[in-house]
Design a protein. Structure first.
Length: 496
């Protein structure tokens, strides 16, 4: 997601994580043509000009094959073909992702194997996993309720999501599927999708918005530990087991977030989203950590800084509370029901389906830490997300993330005015970083941390939309409050 929005900015240190988004000069009227042909600008090694023409964009573009490589087995043969000339390689050990490498498949087998062996030599490859912990028995694992909001707009994705859930390796869980459509059609595709799925319980929540749907799902959850995902996500077999083990290992944890990987990289919009917004949050990290409020921040600034501690309780970094989105998103999140109730649940005036568009998951994470809670980030709890395929959807995401972020800041201030002091104390540094980031994007100074090729910069059109979306956020939240209070205040849900 957008760095400033989802937490790629370390406000405490002024760090920017560059994921090397691509740029090309294009005519808006021809963008859909490129998308339809599944082309995107990944291969620009031979392009010297800072302004890449549309024709050059077409000539050098191509999708990326997603490949999983087990580092304990022989390296598979990887080669370019008529469709793929690049690969996005996920290195795993013991079934757990350890790193990601972007490969140019045209460089030849010896060079590919050398690149992969270099990556496999990293010390992170041999770090212990929570799944290796033998002190946690099957009987220690808590029941989990899995809540999924849906408007049944992507029926194929929803079916694939539920198919993956049926394969979960976990002793005690239920699925609460929250139907968030305002009206149900006479011929309802949901009936066929949930048929013969005994673990799935459908709850109706006609009030719009993912936040309202998640709150309703949580209210109907039978377990104290509630996992959340989206209907365009495919969970991995050990996902719930990893969540249950980590939360059991540390009972003080209020919430857990995990790693998000792409399910496919076939279109321009998907590759832009992944290489810039990577991991649905920001910098993709493969080390488990725990986030706690920094006790060194006191007075009106109490809670404004976050400490990141590793599995040995050593301090890894310190950053702004409002950058916590670097460590999670609602597509892969688990929260204890008691913690969710303590912070008042998801803000129903934020999120997809409201005029504020987003920010509801960030608000939950911030509120947990602000109130003295703890959040674990566990990369072994990973899922695969199908990024939006077309350019128009990418534009809507840019708008939604920008509007949602500043709308969320307003919501936090209205709930606790101390946030105003906290945000104001960090705003100058954030604005300076944002200005530097914008110049770097436009002047071709960004490059991918995982690719062998230098990438053209972020499209100025999207950057301008991002900035304008920040401005619109507070007004959007004001509209959202009026809209919700006028039309939807009060409980409304039914179990089907």
């Amino acid at each position: 997601m957008i760095p400033f929005i989802r937490g790629q900015v370390d406000l405490a240190q002024g760090k920017a994580i560059s994921l090397g988004l691509h740029h090309y000069r294009y005519a808006e009227s021809r963008a859909s043509h490129a998308v339809a042909r599944h082309e995107f600008p990944l291969r620009f090694a031979s392009v010297k000009s800072k302004q890449v023409s549309f024709d050059t964009f077409e000539e050098h573009s191509g999708p990326a094959r997603i490949v999983t490589v087990d580092i304990e087995r022989p390296i598979p043969e990887l080669a370019a073909d008529d469709h793929y000339q690049d690969a996005w390689v996920v290195l795993r050990k013991g079934g757990v992702p350890r790193s990601v490498v972007m490969l140019d498949l045209t460089i030849g087998t010896p060079a590919i194997e050398r690149r992969l062996r270099d990556a496999m030599a990293s010390p992170e490859m041999n770090s212990p996993s929570i799944l290796d912990d033998t002190s946690i028995s099957e009987s220690d694992l808590p029941p989990i309720s899995l809540v999924i909001p849906t408007i049944v707009a992507r029926t194929k994705d929803l079916a694939l999501c539920l198919d993956a859930i049926e394969l979960l390796d976990y002793p005690d869980f239920e699925v609460v599927l929250v139907d968030n459509r305002r009206q149900v059609p006479t011929l309802d595709p949901l009936d066929e999708i949930v048929r013969n799925r005994p673990t799935v319980r459908v709850v109706r929540e006609p009030r719009p918005g993912a936040s309202a749907a998640r709150n309703t799902g949580a209210a109907h959850a039978r377990a104290d530990l509630i996992a959340f995902t989206d209907d365009d996500v495919r969970v991995e077999r050990q996902w719930l087991r990893t969540i249950g083990m980590r939360m059991t290992k540390n009972p003080r944890l209020d919430a857990l977030t995990g790693l998000i990987l792409p399910a496919e990289l076939e279109t321009p919009a998907q590759i832009w989203f992944e290489r810039y917004f990577g991991g649905m949050g920001s910098e993709r990290t493969f080390s488990p950590v725990t986030l706690v409020s920094d006790p060194r921040s006191r007075g009106l600034l109490r809670g404004s800084q976050v400490l990141v501690r590793d599995t040995h309780d050593a301090e890894v970094r310190r950053f702004s509370l409002y950058g916590v989105g670097a460590y999670g998103a609602s597509a892969n999140m688990a929260i204890r029901k008691s913690a969710l109730e303590r912070i008042g649940g998801f803000d129903v005036m934020l999120g997809i389906g409201t005029p504020a568009f987003g920010g509801e998951d960030l608000a939950v994470m911030i509120s947990i830490l602000w109130s003295g809670g703890q959040i674990a980030y566990e990369p072994a709890a990973f899922v695969n997300h199908r990024h939006r395929r077309d350019y128009a959807e990418l534009l809507r995401q840019v708008d939604g993330y920008g509007i949602g972020f500043t709308a969320m800041l307003v919501a936090l201030i209205l709930r606790d005015p101390r946030h105003m002091v906290s945000i104001a104390s960090q705003l100058p540094k954030a604005l300076r970083w944002k200005a530097v980031q914008g110049v770097e994007r436009i002047r071709s100074r960004t490059s991918s941390a995982t690719s062998e090729r230098t990438s053209p910069p972020y499209p100025p059109t999207l950057f301008r939309r991002e900035l304008w979306a920040f401005v619109r956020g507070p007004f959007a939240y004001r509209r959202s409050r009026k809209w919700w209070n006028k039309n939807y205040a009060g409980p409304s849900a039914e179990v089907l």
